[in-house]
Design a protein around this ligand. Structure first.
Ligand SMILES: [Fe+2]
Ligand SMILES: [Fe+2]
Length: 192
């Protein structure tokens, strides 16, 4: 099997796409079997993507010298804690509640769901790193321009990595979970 690490893969392997082929992404919106839980779950993913786009635009603005590291941290600090907490909570629910039900319901997707769990570990490790670099940036004295620059760059690197990991994970997770929810019905699936 190809290397399916979140760092290197460019999508799901064919063997886990049998439900996606039945329910392709562009049909989800109009599918009457798409339930409220799944719509809400997709809206959380949308929120993560919006936050990712904001992190990217702020990191780029900082790197291109449009904002200084002080402005960078002032712009990001209020949103960052909520984003990382929501992400952590989201992973816990998926790992603890959703994924065991999905694995029980569709044995052919067990390996795919295990891969999504592995993604969570990789993303969570980067979240821990991001918290430490964000704290270092927040605690740097305004007069310490070298420290601000160094910690600002570390934060921007971590931010790029989180966004890249999340983009890959969210797309692949949706392409396993949404077709399964549509195919089996979310009420039936979640009550098993
Ligand atoms: Fe996930
Ligand atoms: Fe998710």
């Amino acid at each position: 099997m190809d290397d399916l690490s979140i760092e290197t893969r460019d999508g799901l392997p064919q063997e886990w796409k049998f439900l996606l082929e039945k329910h392709p992404r562009d049909s989800w919106k109009s599918n009457t079997q798409l339930g409220e839980h799944t719509k809400f779950w997709l809206s959380i993913h949308r929120h993560f993507r919006i936050m990712g786009a904001l992190l990217t635009s702020q990191s780029n603005a900082y790197r291109e010298g449009q904002i200084d590291s002080d402005t960078f941290r002032t712009n990001m600090a209020p949103r960052l804690q909520q984003f990382l907490q929501t992400l952590d909570h989201h992973h816990r629910i998926e790992d603890g509640v959703f994924f065991p039900k999905f694995m029980a319901a569709e044995k052919r997707l067990i390996k795919g769901i295990e891969l999504l769990e592995e993604d969570h570990h990789t993303i969570d490790a980067e979240v821990h790193h991001m918290i430490s670099v964000a704290n270092a940036l927040l605690q740097t004295e305004p007069a310490d321009s070298e420290g601000l620059k160094r910690n600002g760059e570390s934060f921007a690197i971590s931010s790029d990595r989180i966004v890249k990991l999340l983009d890959r994970h969210l797309d692949d997770e949706e392409e396993i979970v949404v077709p399964l929810m549509i195919d089996r019905g979310e009420v039936e699936l979640m009550s098993e």
